[in-house]
Design a protein. Structure first.
Length: 369
């Protein structure tokens, strides 16, 4: 995450954050935008046309009516779905409640029919204003976002009991996907990862029908800073990264993606863009303050490091000089003893590797001549 991204994230506070999040979920719930997400990330929709995905395969109503949540039963997901002629799927408080597990809110929850089959795939899309891949819980402790995704998709499976099937009729479990749009990328680059159950043969080779275990998939879409030709990544870049006026963004969606948003979708885009402009200015100010503070700290740290290095160098230099002075003092003392013993100045100069003048000077200083 860049320093500016961090500053923007910190500028998103209070009511502004809630408004931005709500608008972002509203835009992503537009069927035509969902169609691009499904086609790019889910294998079942890869060969389907965008118009068919938006108009035929995304279901606007639940398969099973709303089931009350009983404290002694596995959690039942409340499906708040719109009528089939509604072009978008509302993401308002689709809750999965239980006494023991607390409350989980799915941002966008809907059913979609797999092309070429009569099966229905339950999909959820979680798009939270989550800048970090390691968010914090209420205690301030960091946890991996991936583990939260695993929990969400597990709830989508378990909550099908008494809604999609009853009793022990597990053969009717529907496949589920959890798609996460992440505003932060681990390495700063665009990426799409998919996680699903795989079969491994540890002894002999028995192959279970794939449809019996391939029932859940987690998809992470990471928005990075690098430019890409990938259609979905560019679409998300236009929506959430590029700083644009609302009218320019709506024009780009129409011209580049043949997407004409509903009146509500246009209103959400306007909200996002207007908030984005104010946030950008606040983020620049916050980023400047942080940059100055960081620069001062870095300067002090660098100064201390440089000072230590210079101090060591000077200490070594002084040590060498001191050692030299000590050596010269000892040589003079030894020469003085030789003079007292009656050795000639020439002999002393030769033994001590001193000049005759130096030996004479030592004798004079000690009043021996």
């Amino acid at each position: 995450m860049s320093q500016l991204d961090t500053a923007i994230d910190e500028a998103l506070v209070g009511n502004d954050r809630l408004r931005y999040d709500k608008a972002a979920k509203g835009v992503l719930s537009e069927k035509k935008i969902l169609a691009y997400i499904l086609k790019r990330t889910i294998p079942e929709f890869a060969s389907a046309s965008l118009n068919d995905i938006a108009g035929r395969y995304i279901e606007g109503k639940p398969l099973v009516s709303v089931v009350p949540v009983y404290k002694d039963k596995t959690n039942a997901v409340r499906h708040y779905l719109e009528k089939q002629d509604n072009p978008n799927i509302h993401g308002m408080q689709n809750e999965d409640n239980s006494i023991t597990e607390g409350s989980v809110t799915f941002d966008i929850l809907f059913h979609a029919k797999a092309p070429g089959t009569d099966d229905l795939i339950t999909l959820i899309i979680n798009v939270e204003a989550q800048k970090s891949l390691s968010p914090k819980n209420k205690k301030g402790e960091v946890y991996p976002l991936m583990k939260r995704a695993v929990y969400y998709i597990s709830r989508l499976i378990s909550s099908q009991k008494e809604t999609e099937f009853t009793g022990s009729d597990y053969g009717k479990i529907k496949k589920v996907y959890s798609i996460w749009i992440c505003m932060e990328s681990p390495h700063g680059k665009n990426a799409i990862n998919r996680y699903q159950l795989k079969e491994q043969h540890l002894l002999h080779r028995y192959k279970e029908p794939v449809a019996n275990y391939d029932l859940m998939g987690i998809i992470f879409v990471y928005l990075g800073n690098n430019r890409t030709r990938d259609r979905l990544m560019h679409l998300l870049y236009l929506l959430f990264v590029k700083k644009m006026k609302s009218e320019d963004l709506l024009t780009a969606l129409h011209d580049e993606y043949d997407i004409d948003l509903t009146a509500k979708g246009k209103e959400d885009v306007t909200t996002m863009c207007n908030l984005g402009e104010g946030l950008y200015e606040r983020a620049m100010e916050k980023g400047l303050e942080k940059g100055i503070e960081k620069g001062i700290k870095k300067g002090i740290k660098k100064g201390i490091k440089k000072g230590i290095k210079k101090g060591i160098e000077r200490g070594i230099e002084r040590g060498v000089e001191q050692e030299k002075r000590n050596s010269e003092r000892k040589d003079r003392e030894a020469a003085l003893e030789m003079i007292k013993d009656g050795l000639s100045f020439e002999q002393i100069a030769r033994y001590m590797k001193l000049s005759i003048e130096a030996v004479v000077e030592i004798a004079k200083q000690n009043k021996l001549i």
